[in-house]
Design a binder for this molecule. Structure first.
Ligand SMILES: CC(C)(COP(=O)(O)OP(=O)(O)OC[C@H]1O[C@@H](n2cnc3c(N)ncnc32)[C@H](O)[C@@H]1OP(=O)(O)O)[C@@H](O)C(=O)NCCC(=O)NCCS
Length: 402
């Protein structure tokens, strides 16, 4: 029987979770499946059925994503799974074709995802658009640099209190960074305020602290460990962000100063985490960087017009989409106040693959670096202007995997 591709029926949420679970080694308990359902958008899912049985899934989150100078509607590609029995038979390509077609029909200019493997999504026109850093800091090296700011005091609050206090702080911070999904109430509840026993993996319940200055917060867990009678536990930061230098210092100092803790681990950190320059011995903080969020400009002109640019400029960009083989040439005029971008038949200043344009979109990739690897065509003046326009401060950061 032929494979059928269609959205999942809302009643199939358990099948959807089980199919994903088989692929991602996740054996969801009933409470986990129930939580999964609160953010699931069945009408935007695309599933493959073989003889009526679900064998592959692709989900979509209807996101609002921060971009340089604002925020835009974006589709979050998620829950991509193909059963081991059906791999390498073209199912992902079929699901992606249905997904990107639906995104185009809805007029969302950008599609974003996190990639399990960095070799999968370039062929679909997605580019790695931010860096995500994993940090491990031995607490014996928590001393701050002589120029670090005075840490703001911090207070512990309950998860219940956090529901009121933290979302508005996050909204103010997120507005300054590109690459962050705006967190809606169901997202907060499922991803931050839910603390199932299976989430703990041998660690404590979730703890939350906020800066008393009201502009930063941290979510963390603590894991007890003893060796030879001595304490050497871990503190695992799951989210930490702030606005003022004093609050960044206060929150980092707070987690690094816990008794009975030998090291603090934090994943999904930004390329420019203020912690490193605040430490007296930053080399002691082991930092491992990898790709963070990936973006695809599903509507090239619409996406480029939807962000702001660091300096005024004008560029004609020709981009080649490896997903469908199409070429788009657009005339971009942009600056700090906004941008316009329209299809044109003018000769291009830059010739680029859609993957690399996706990678530069939030301000991460630099055109001159790409040109040095032969991936972008254009003269020095155009490359220099493109770097000046697309670059954004701070560098993009996506602090959550979706
Ligand atoms: C990754 C996965 C979804 C691919 O599904 P699939 O149906 O086997 O993929 P397709 O047969 O449609 O292949 C599409 C293309 O991707 C490539 N591809 C597929 N899986 C790949 C992988 N793991 N690494 C690199 N390339 C991969 C194929 O070679 C093919 O390339 P081509 O079109 O240029 O020939 C599937 O292997 C899977 O479920 N893996 C485990 C879960 C996972 O990693 N999901 C992704 C979450 S972000």
């Amino acid at each position: 029987m032929a494979i059928v591709i269609r959205p999942a029926d809302p009643a199939e949420y358990s099948d959807f979770a089980q199919t994903m679970g088989r692929v991602f080694a996740w054996d969801p308990e009933p409470a986990g499946v129930e939580r999964f359902q609160t953010t699931w958008e069945p009408e935007r899912s695309h599933c493959a059925y073989d003889d009526g049985k679900m064998v592959a899934t692709l989900g979509t989150f209807s996101l609002t994503l921060t971009v340089p100078g604002g925020s835009i509607p974006a589709a979050g590609t998620t829950q991509v799974s193909v059963l081991p029995s059906h791999r390498r038979q073209g199912l992902l390509r079929k699901l992606m074709t249905a997904h990107l077609g639906e995104v185009a029909d809805r007029g969302e200019p950008v599609v974003a995802l996190w990639a399990s493997e960095s070799s999968i999504y370039g062929r679909f026109g997605f580019g790695a658009a931010s860096v995500s850093v994993e940090l491990k800091v031995p607490t014996q090296y928590r001393a701050f640099h002589r120029l670090a700011p005075e840490p703001s005091p911090v207070q512990l609050i309950s998860l219940e209190e956090a529901k009121e206090v933290v979302p508005p702080i996050h909204a103010r911070i997120a507005a300054a960074w590109s690459g962050m999904p705006v967190r809606r109430p169901n997202w907060w509840n499922a991803r931050w305020f839910s603390d199932l026993p299976s989430d703990r993996r041998g660690s404590s319940a979730l703890r939350v602290a906020v800066s008393k200055a009201g502009d930063g917060f941290v979510f963390y867990r603590q894991k007890s460990q003893w060796s030879g009678g001595n304490p050497g536990g871990e503190l695992i930061v799951t989210d930490l962000m702030a606005q003022s230098p004093e609050s960044w210092a206060g929150l980092w100092s707070f987690v690094l100063s816990h008794d009975l803790v030998g090291s603090v681990e934090a994943d999904l950190r930004p390329a420019e985490d203020p912690l490193l320059p605040m430490l007296a011995a930053p080399r002691r903080a082991a930092a491992v960087a990898s790709d963070g969020i990936w973006t695809r400009l599903n509507d090239t002109a619409g996406a480029l017009a939807a962000r702001k640019y660091a300096v005024d400029g004008e560029l004609v960009i020709e981009s080649h989409d490896p997903f469908d083989g199409s070429t788009k040439t657009v005339h971009l005029e942009g600056g700090p106040e906004g941008a316009t971008c329209l299809a044109t038949d003018r000769a291009p200043d830059l010739v680029i693959d859609a993957e690399d344009l996706g990678s530069a979109y939030l301000g991460w990739s630099r055109f001159r670096s790409l040109a040095r690897t032969g991936r972008v065509g254009g003269d020095q003046a155009a490359l220099t202007l493109a770097d000046a326009m697309f670059g954004w401060n701070p560098l993009p950061w996506c602090p959550e995997v979706f």
